[in-house]
Design a binder for this molecule. Structure first.
Ligand SMILES: Cc1ncc(COP(=O)(O)O)c(C=O)c1O
Length: 478
């Protein structure tokens, strides 16, 4: 029995499986990580194109961020949140100032540990601000976490089925998923029909959400992901959020922007919603703020919603909420983000990857759609008609990618791919923002090999000369 086998045997015996999902059978054991790579117990490299669901935007074991953590361990590693430490205050200040610079909006920052807990805090905040209204809108395909409150506004009933309701479940509104438009429209000439359908709810009292006499909606807030994460990196069309925000403003419904997965440049801007020209009332963040080290999540909210008189001390609390280790790393991560032009960098690298994904799409019939914004990219795997979701093919792709026997330059590799989407047929790509051009080429080569294992290319003679020349130019720049 190998050490891996022993570990998996003990896991099966002693670990709850309620807190995870193993997509592979048997699950893969990893021993170390660096940059864009995970290494298994035989030290074989796996190029990671998902980076812990976008929690490690700045590469595994980033020396600078790890250094900040180590320094904090040696100075003030622990402190109860009733006291004050520099890192917490500076972190809050930097985030608040960043928001103020972007939207000229004054506000404050409030910390918690994980994303779901921060979503819970946002729920309390908007309920409080709307005098206790407990109903929320959220999107079909949206994901906001798995605590009781967060799963009530997450679209999958699967996450609620066994546990009953502790609060009100959101009213789920179709997301503008243009490749599979829920209204059967075409992006080019739909006139954002989907927003009109949402706006229609407020036309008369008989649609069930609006009292025209009181001028009041029954709903406190709309929780959105500007780009859907778990839903399959679905990118809305330009103009959508602007039109939606007009409806919400007219009905005094708050816009809560969940940036937990797409924030911190994943979608090419500091906040993903900056791509869509609207100002949120509340922002929820987590994951990449600490690059996956000591967790910190939190919310920013407009001053009138979160000032101490509106949202009094003790409204939420967790022992570890503004822990010094997490806040120190987060502060360093923000410093790092301010020193590099991540907006340009993610736009260029994202475009480079998308170009190659489009080339793969031309060559493999099972790729129904590819799209991307910043460095959040998607490959939608479909049947021969280019549309019917093919989850089974995705499962085969992921299995092949994780075998660790792909070859390049005389070396063996694995490829870490994650699956998302309404039909679990989307490969969601979230590579390290610091991935090199050489690593991106390696990734596309490995992806090509994996695709070739599960399907036949449209033609094996398709010319590759153009993309290869382009790759060579970019490689020279690295
Ligand atoms: C958009 C979004 N919101 C909330 C969460 C929940 O965060 P956490 O897993 O840290 O509780 C996630 C996690 O994937 C997410 O992607």
């Amino acid at each position: 029995m190998t050490l891996d086998d022993e570990l998996l045997r003990d896991e099966a015996k002693y670990c709850s499986f309620g807190d995870t999902v193993h997509y592979l059978d048997p699950p893969k054991v990893f021993a170390r990580c660096e940059g864009s790579f995970l290494y298994d117990t035989e030290d074989r490299p796996y190029l990671d194109l998902q980076m812990w669901y976008s929690a490690c935007n700045f590469g595994y074991a980033n020396p600078r961020l790890n250094g900040a953590l180590k320094r904090q361990v040696d100075t003030l590693p622990q402190l109860a949140s009733q006291y004050v430490h520099r890192e917490k205050v500076e972190l809050a200040k930097r985030i608040a100032q960043r928001v103020e610079k972007t939207w000229s909006a004054k506000g404050r920052v409030h910390f918690n540990v994980g994303g779901s807990q921060a979503v819970e805090d946002a729920l309390k905040l908007v309920r409080n601000a709307s005098s206790g209204k407990s109903l929320m809108f959220a999107f079909e395909g949206g994901y906001h976490g798995r605590t009781l409150g967060a799963s009530a506004i997450t679209s999958s009933y699967r996450y609620r089925r066994r546990y009953g309701h502790f609060g009100d479940r959101a009213q789920f509104v179709p997301f503008p998923y243009c490749f599979r438009c829920p209204y059967g429209k075409k992006r080019e000439d739909c006139g954002l029909y989907c927003v009109d359908q949402f706006a229609r709810l407020f036309d008369t009292e008989y649609c069930g959400v609006w009292d025209p006499k009181a001028g009041a909606a029954e709903y406190a807030a709309f929780f959105v992901e500007a780009v859907q994460g778990t839903g399959g990196y679905v990118i809305p069309p330009q103009g959508y959020f602007e039109k939606l925000k007009q409806v919400l403003e007219a009905r005094k419904i708050l816009l809560v922007d969940d940036e937990i997965q797409m924030g911190f440049y994943r979608a090419g801007k500091f906040w993903a919603i900056e791509n869509f020209n609207v100002q949120p009332d509340v922002i929820v963040f987590g994951k990449a703020l600490t690059n996956g080290l000591n967790p910190i999540a939190g919310i920013w909210a407009r001053e009138e919603l979160i000032s101490p008189s509106a949202f009094p001390p003790g409204s939420t609390h967790s022992t570890f909420s503004s822990n010094p280790l997490g806040t120190a790393v987060a502060l360093e991560a923000l410093q790092l983000m301010s020193e590099r032009d991540y907006e340009t960098l993610t736009r260029e690298k994202g475009a480079y990857l998308l170009d190659q994904l489009r080339d793969l799409q031309r060559r493999y019939a099972i790729i129904g759609d590819v799209d991307g914004i910043g460095m959040a990219l998607r490959i939608e795997i479909c049947a021969a008609d280019g549309y019917t979701p093919d989850k089974a093919a995705v499962d085969r792709l992921v299995d092949e990618a994780m075998k660790g026997d792909l070859e390049h330059g005389g070396k063996r590799y694995g490829l870490v791919l994650d699956v998302g989407g309404y039909y679990k047929n989307v490969i969601t790509l979230a590579p390290s923002l610091d991935i090199s051009y050489g690593e991106m080429d390696l990734a596309m080569n490995l992806l090509d090999q994996v695709l070739r294992r599960v399907t036949t290319p449209r033609t094996l003679q398709m010319p590759r000369a153009a993309i290869t020349a382009k790759q060579r130019t970019r490689n020279a720049l690295v």
